[in-house]
Design a protein around this ligand. Structure first.
Ligand SMILES: [Fe+2]
Length: 386
């Protein structure tokens, strides 16, 4: 991400001699993106990060596509996704295309005996239920309800849960995930009109240095396959690092909503952007304050986006019978909007407690078999007046 950060011990200059107390050299690693042309970090390992004992056969985790072409409003009951002990087994893709995979996960136990690295995608993990620690080579980040955990590609991590009833909404982006350009100045500083600022970005805390050697399983994902690597050194053996490529947390409760006299358009809710989709957060906020304003959104159709909304908490002003964990998909070009009665009901209301995460993709999304298994098949008729 675009802010410089440094943690632990690093040498005075890059690429110079940096010795351990016993006289040996620390191993410097440049973790770069876009072919040495974009964000990078310099990491200093106790052991070279290249010592591989063995690699098990790779295996597929490809989403099972059930519908390639969707042109209908859909509703999925996310809480019906089955839980699993294992974090990777718990990740169930529901809506996918070549740019983004949207998954739900209900992992029950911590990853204490293995590590995960997504080499092909930046990950945004939204924590709907659960508390714990995101452990990474760059240090640890405590997390809880409402956090967006952003893990840029290539960063090895573990999720340690204090809870067993964990619910995650995971977005894998095959292009870099960034803050919206319009929020930043030429130097990358978040501007005054942005709904969050640098103080809201929770970088890793102190580096935990594990010098031990042995056999450490790192499941590396690229594309739709996992390669189980067995390393001879602990992946979290850094003494320090600095740079712009690191994981962080941003709580949805630190997102300061932008409100107005009349209805504000969806881009005021934006948190992240990529060349291929955007992510937004709808948070509790005061409603529009023009005396004749209609707080409910107008009917709308984005003629060039599929719109995915993940309902987290609170009443949704425009919807009837919304439940936590539901996902709606409103495809390119088909109008949608407030349910019958919702416009009238919203007039005169002062505030909303709604909480939701939205993903708008510029290419159509495919539906997986797992999505169809948790679908409310009658949703597209839900605007009919009775
Ligand atoms: Fe919408």
């Amino acid at each position: 991400m675009p802010h410089y950060f440094s943690l632990g011990k690093i040498p005075r200059k890059r690429h110079i001699v940096f010795r351990k107390p016993d006289g040996g050299l620390y191993a410097e690693q440049l973790v770069s993106t876009e072919g040495f042309s974009d964000n990078y970090s310099l990491a200093y390992h106790c052991n070279p990060p290249t010592m591989v004992n063995s690699i098990d056969p790779s295996y597929s985790v490809a989403p099972v596509i059930a519908e390639n072409d969707n042109m209908q409003h859909r509703l999925f009951t996310g809480m019906d996704i089955p839980s699993a002990d294992d974090y990777l087994e718990s990740r169930i893709p529901v809506l996918v295309n070549n740019d983004v995979h949207i998954s739900l996960a209900a992992p029950r136990i911590s990853m204490d005996s293995w590590f995960f690295k997504n080499s092909g995608a930046d990950e945004m993990i939204f924590v709907h239920h659960g508390d714990g620690m995101l452990k990474t080579m760059y240090g640890n980040i405590p997390f809880g309800y409402g956090d967006h955990l952003v893990i840029p590609r290539g960063i090895t991590y573990q999720l340690e849960f204090k809870t067993t009833d964990n619910r995650l909404f995971i977005v894998e982006s095959f292009t870099p995930l960034r803050f919206p350009k319009r929020y930043m100045n030429k130097s990358g500083q978040l501007l005054e009109h942005a709904p969050f600022c640098e103080r809201d970005i929770r970088a890793p805390q102190a580096v935990e240095t594990h010098e031990e050697k042995g056999n450490f399983l790192v499941k590396v994902k690229r594309g739709d396959r996992i390669w189980p690597y067995h390393y001879a050194t602990h992946p979290f053996d850094l003494i320090g690092w600095d740079g712009y490529h690191y994981p962080f947390a941003l709580s949805v409760f630190d997102f300061e909503p932008i409100t107005g006299r009349i209805h504000q358009p969806p881009p005021v809710h934006q948190t992240f952007e990529t060349p291929t989709f955007v992510i937004c957060a709808f948070v509790p906020r005061l409603y529009d304050y023009h005396p004749e304003s209609i707080p409910a959104p107008y009917h709308h159709s984005n003629v060039d986006s599929d719109e995915v909304l993940y309902y987290v908490d609170g009443d949704f002003m425009s919807r009837n019978n919304v439940q936590k964990g539901q996902i709606t998909l409103h495809p390119i070009g088909i109008p949608h909007g407030p349910h019958p009665g919702a416009v009238e009901r919203s007039i005169g209301k002062k505030d909303t407690q709604e909480l939701a995460v939205m993903v708008d993709t510029f290419k159509p999304l495919k539906l997986t078999k797992a999505a169809l298994e948790i679908e409310d098949k009658e949703y597209f008729k839900s605007w009919l007046e009775k």
